[in-house]
Design a protein around this ligand. Sequence first.
Ligand code: UD1
Ligand code: MG
Length: 449
Amino acid sequence: MSTALIILAAGLGTRMNSDQPKVLHRLAGAPLLVHAMTAGAVLEPERVIVVAGHGAETVAKVAREHDENARIVVQEEQLGTAHAVRCALPELDGFKGRVIVLYGDTPFIRPETLEGLAAAEAAVTVLGFTAGDPARYGRLIVNGGALDRIVEFKDATDEERAITLCNSGVISADAGLLAELVSAVGNDNASGEYYLTDIVAAARARGLSAAVVTCPEAETMGVNTRADLAQAEAVFQARARAEAMENGVTLTAPETVFFAYDTVIGRDTVIGPNVVFGPGTTVESGARIEAFCHLEGCHISRGASVGPFARLRPGAELAEDVHVGNFVEIKNAILDEGVKVGHLTYLGDAHVGEHTNIGAGTVTCNYDGVMKHHTEIGANAFIGSDTMLVAPVTVGDGAMTASGSVITRNVAPGALAIERSRQEHIEGFASRFREKLRAEKARKTKEVQ
Ligand code: UD1
Ligand code: MG
């Protein structure tokens, strides 16, 4: 059966105390909304509808960047979850199949859970969980295994509030039925809101079935405050670290390594303490990432070693057995097999051929204040320490640059480029000069006494 997703993301998230819509706050480098969309993607939805409200334009942009086919509807006023779903109905026009409603601020629903929900056969199925502290969640009223209705906390009796089986907010229903049911929902309740949860009782009143599928509470965690966001980050990182180790990655100090939502690390890679991964990083098997590295949008091949204290920025591609050492920054640069960049270097907008050695203090001067320019360095070349490579510039295969040179013209293969003044010697000068300074110091000391 085909699936459509409706992701509710119109709320302001007042308690975030932010100018930014809540669903755009980032967890492990990706907006919360993207986590929800990624979770839903496992169902291969035919349509993805995002209900935006506060900051709708930016929410729409982020949603489309992640999925260009995402349909955005704007809910001008947040009149409740059923009203939000009603706003999405025009985008369901002509769709036949099941609709699953997710929240944009609930990032941890697992694919398996959604698959279980999608497989349920009742007319309306709700994802529930047993809450440690049921607090203000909607309560699921179950009777003889069937779901009768959902009662919101504000409308619940004391007896109902004692129930710990709660509504996660995720609901699945047939598209046609959902359209009919949400259109009939009223707002005669304690909040004066249109509750999506009311569709359960409405379905039952028509003699249709309603069921609960449960998941662990951890999956239903929503983000409402900055403290929740920090807590969600901690949960994400704990899982990512455990998963990495299960997959055969060594983490010397797991609690100090931070992964992004899409980090991929190969087996037998060793990651030292205090390493941070930004989005878009892949590391092949058997690499070493030493302490205090920051890696983002880069690829590290088998057997390469990075750090300590290295920064790889977007577009950094390290081939096999490349070594990048301390205080090296690499951006939009391809380093072929066996390249060594040991210390204190910036390589940006560059390509370095295999087995070339880049000396300490080398800088590709890639930016002229307006445009970026490319530096091409051949294979088996030797870039002397403190070489400034003023791009655009090419250094040929097997060429050398002398230490301290500012290279502004292309260097032919096999050539040496030297750009610095010739060294002069003045015999005995240092000794004479030092004697003079000492005499002066002695005279001044006497004067003071
Ligand atoms: C909702 C459920 C409750 C459940 C809880 C789980 C209803 C009536 N209640 O309550 O049973 O236990 O979630 O967290 O559904 N939103 C819109 N437009 C609106 C209203 C909400 O897009 O007009 C979005 C919000 O941005 C949020 C989600 O829907 O992502 C849930 O809304 P929220 O106000 O948090 O509902 P709760 O009162 O927590
Ligand atoms: Mg809520």
